[in-house]
Design a protein around this ligand. Structure first.
Ligand code: CO
Length: 149
């Protein structure tokens, strides 16, 4: 009796966490220079969307720092290049870069950061790129964010 009830509870919880209408997501990053998500689908019903970035590794941020940066697909390379020049103190994001639609802080192993952004920065049906702007990480740490029904 007890075991099936527990299983049902766990299933319900995980369904809720992955619901298409959830206006937030948790993304894990690692010492192996990876994200655990390649796609993030944002529902048009969300007025704001929250990204919770977790670094499950142990390395310091000057060695294996990670952030989460959102841009239009065509802007990704330029934002990453300019971010690399801006340096670690600037979280590898050029200060005032208007091509950056949203971003977290650059975090170290064991840390977390969250960003909530207004979905009015997104256009329906357009694809966006999310990535880590630490130099060279975006070759592995990137994915596609979509906005739509
Ligand atoms: Co990184």
């Amino acid at each position: 009796m007890f075991r099936p009830a527990l299983a049902f509870f766990a299933l319900t919880l995980s369904s809720a966490a992955w619901s298409a209408d959830a206006c937030s997501v948790v993304i894990h990053s690692t010492d192996q220079m990876t994200y655990d998500l390649k796609t993030i689908a944002v529902s048009e019903s969300c007025k704001a969307f929250t990204v919770n970035l977790r670094h499950t590794g142990t390395l310091p941020r000057n060695i294996m720092g990670h952030n989460w940066v959102l841009t239009r697909r065509d802007d990704m390379k330029g934002v990453a290049d300019d971010g690399a020049k801006a340096g670690e103190a600037a979280d590898y994001i050029q200060p005032g870069d208007s091509r950056v639609l949203a971003h977290t802080r650059l975090i170290a192993g064991g840390e977390t950061d969250s960003i909530t952004f207004d979905t009015s920065v997104l256009k329906t049906g357009e694809a966006y790129e999310f990535f880590c702007s630490y130099p060279f990480h975006s070759s592995m740490m990137k994915g596609v964010l979509t906005f739509g029904g």
